[in-house]
Design a protein around this ligand. Structure first.
Ligand code: AMP
Length: 220
């Protein structure tokens, strides 16, 4: 099973991917989290891409193609992908790999939300550098001041979540995604969810539109 979550940075892809991971028992893979880990661990790849991440630019499609192939091979039962694909080249690569590795792309969940809501959200977003859990200091704060509920790690504000970089990331997103959305729009597992709402209610609506036998209600 393969599920792709599409949507601008800050749309809640990570939040719903984590919830889907718990519900479906298949791993949530955030390419952004993995790439940040490469940078933090100072791997060869991490050194190569550090500047790209800080500036909010996209890592090259060639690097990403190898990276995503490795991820899919390591997870033969499928994954919930958050952050890939980000342009048409990547979308086509994913189709090619899904055929080659016989992992069916079941659902494409398009998380839809206004840019201004995102900018406000990302200003208040903090993440746990250990487990990746995401918090919003206003709408979903941690129980104790700025430390992770799961593991007590101090929460951090991502370097690329400052307003200028966020606006740049949104620009990149809008430029590439209309084409991707059109590419997926008519497939049976495509659905659009408005993610500007209370988390449990939004998640319930995602579950209602997906059924476990492998068919989804088409976009309403
Ligand atoms: P995210 O956490 O998804 O916002 O990703 C953070 C950063 O990681 C992006 O701004 C890109 O620099 C890089 N990145 C993540 N996924 C991809 C991808 N599929 N293609 C290219 N760059 C990516």
């Amino acid at each position: 099973m393969l599920i792709v979550l599409l949507g601008p940075p800050g749309a809640g892809k990570g939040t719903y991917a984590k919830k889907l991971e718990e519900a479906l028992g298949i791993p949530h893979i955030s390419t952004g989290d993995l790439l940040r880990l490469e940078v933090a661990s100072k791997t060869e790849l991490g050194k190569k891409i550090e500047k790209t991440l800080t500036n909010g630019e996209l890592v090259s499609d060639e690097i990403m193609a190898d990276y995503i192939e490795k991820i899919l091979k390591e997870n033969p039962n499928g994954v919930i992908l958050d952050g890939y694909p980000r342009n048409m080249k990547q979308a086509k690569k994913l189709d090619e790999l899904s055929l080659k590795l016989k992992i069916n792309l079941d659902y494409v969940i398009n998380c839809d939300i206004d840019d201004e809501v995102i900018i406000e959200r990302l200003k208040n977003r903090v993440v746990c550098p250990t487990c990746g859990r995401v918090y919003n200091l206003i709408s979903s704060p941690p129980k104790r001041d700025k430390v992770c509920d799961n593991d007590g790690t101090p929460l951090v504000h991502r370097e690329d979540d400052n307003e200028d970089v966020v606006r740049h990331r949104l620009e990149i997103y809008r430029k590439n995604y209309s084409e991707i959305l059109n590419y997926y729009r008519n497939r049976p597992g495509f659905l659009t969810v408005n993610t500007d709402g209370e988390i449990d209610a939004v998640f319930k609506s995602i579950l209602e539109r997906i059924n476990w036998s492998g068919t989804s209600q088409e976009e309403k």
